[in-house]
Design a binder for this molecule. Structure first.
Ligand SMILES: *Cc1c(COP(=O)(O)O)cnc(C)c1O
Length: 454
């Protein structure tokens, strides 16, 4: 394996179980709170929108959860995904560091998202659900869920953030190809959408607004449930196949341990799925830095507040203890669409708050510069989201060059950028501007968060 560019596992070596971090947390996760009564949320409160198996996973304290055979059979269309050694990037940077990337761009929709979409579609089908609703930002989640629903013969409706609906027409095409419907949100088809349009007919939409619409649709239809592509515990759980495979592959590559794990964070699912399997090793004393990377235009972990907030704009979802910029946050229309959520996964938030993981934010122009360096050395064009952690890895590798340290750096390569070429064109044409979300706006939005005590 000494000169490998790629480390593969056989299909039989794909994980048989997901890793649930909850029993290994340094302290239990603060519970979800009911949005209206402010009492603790019970399983029955979630039942109108999620099937019971997923609700059980949400609160499970079992460390290992069996992956159903029907789910594994579909994941095997592209899993296990390769771990690459970025030798050409290392040479370009003249760094003594060893850089690896776990390539989730090889899935049919081109990102890590179908790892959970397939599992969620499966459990809904098992529960007799006929139709799923969801929201999507840049369209990656919408396309992943459409793909998964087509595997299990479920209907699917996607509420897509309006600005992306028009900026990313090809993701819409993917959704249609896989047989789902997609509408620009805010729509006039839900009360939540109509309320936003009444205030602001030109609203460009946000993930929070689209979530409100998708949840409302699910609650109002007996045969319909809702599916979320990030943030919740069961979603992070399904993504742990990424980290479990990475761990085996690093061992095959002769690495005793990674020194630095980097991943980009929107709601936190790909990064958590990649990093969580390494957390017990870190808690036992192994020196592993785990770095979450986000854009300065949506600095949830680096500038948000760790507090209870709603997951959506209308306040229909439970209150979740997490880092948040306030649920009324409407991000500027920058290109890294998948990283524009106001909150973050509660499990990830807890680990960042307790300093087991670190977070940092970058503006988009250096991020795109690094993405171009990566594309010109490794060949693969990173998704704009993925480019954030590629940039962090390059940053760390250049520090190794300065100090002569031979660190092992591993990137969660969450997806490719083939549907984001408009953003690359804008960058190459010198048209991308950096944007730092103003502190006043954050304070304003955070002031609007309901105060709850548990
Ligand atoms: C959706 C997406 C993200 C952000 O979502 P997380 O839940 O934080 O993983 C990152 N990268 C890609 C390629 C995505 O599609």
């Amino acid at each position: 394996m000494k000169d490998s560019y790629k480390i593969f596992l056989s299909e039989q070596e794909m994980p048989q179980q997901w890793y649930n971090i909850q029993p290994d947390l340094p302290r239990p996760m603060p519970p979800y709170i009911h949005p209206v009564t402010h009492k603790l949320l019970g399983p029955e409160d979630m039942a109108p929108i999620f099937p019971m198996e997923l609700i059980k996973q949400e609160v499970s304290q079992e460390r290992w959860i069996e992956i159903p055979d029907d789910v594994r059979r579909i994941l095997r269309l592209w899993r296990p995904s390769p771990l690459h050694r970025a030798r050409r990037l290392e040479a370009e940077l003249k760094t003594p560091a060893r850089i690896y990337y776990k390539n989730e761009s090889v899935s049919p929709p081109g990102s890590h998202k179908p790892n959970t979409a397939v599992a969620q579609a499966y459990y809904n089908k098992q529960a007799g659900v006929r139709r799923l609703t969801t929201e999507t930002g840049a369209g990656q989640w919408g396309s992943a869920l459409s793909f998964a629903c087509s595997c299990f013969d479920l209907e699917c409706r996607v509420y897509m953030v309006k600005v992306s609906y028009f900026q990313k027409p090809y993701r819409r095409s993917l959704i249609h190809i896989w047989g789902a419907e997609v509408f620009p949100s805010p729509t006039d088809m839900t009360n939540s959408g109509r309320a936003i349009l009444a205030q602001d007919p030109d609203s460009s939409g946000s993930l929070g607004i689209a979530i409100s619409e998708a949840v409302e649709d699910a609650v109002q239809h007996e045969d319909t449930k809702y599916s979320l592509g990030s943030v919740l515990n069961h979603v992070l759980l399904h993504q742990t196949v990424v980290g479990l495979e990475t761990e085996k592959q690093l061992a095959l590559a002769g690495e005793k341990k990674p020194d630095i794990l980097v991943g980009c964070v929107g709601g936190g699912s790909n990064f958590a799925g990649f990093a969580f399997p390494f957390v017990p090793r870190k808690l036992k004393g192994e020196d592993i830095r785990i770095i979450a990377v986000e854009p300065t235009s949506c600095p949830t972990l680096t500038k948000g507040q760790y507090t209870y907030d709603f997951g959506d704009t209308a306040g229909l979802t439970p209150l979740i203890m997490m880092y948040t910029l306030g649920h009324s946050f409407v991000p500027p229309g920058i290109h890294a669409g998948g990283l524009r959520y106001h909150g973050d996964a509660p499990l990830l938030s807890l680990l960042v708050h307790d300093k087991i993981m670190e977070a940092r934010a970058y503006p988009q122009t250096p991020v795109f510069e690094s993405a171009i360096t990566f594309a010109r050395t490794e060949g693969i064009i990173p998704a704009p989201e993925t480019a954030h952690c590629v940039h962090a890895a390059i940053d760390e590798a250049l520090q190794c060059k300065a100090t002569g340290e031979e660190k092992c750096i591993v990137i969660a390569f969450s997806g490719h950028g083939h549907f984001d070429l408009t953003a690359y064109d804008a960058f190459l044409g010198g048209k991308l501007e950096d944007y730092v979300y103003p502190d006043e706006k954050i304070h304003e939005a955070i002031a609007g968060i309901p105060k709850v005590t548990v």
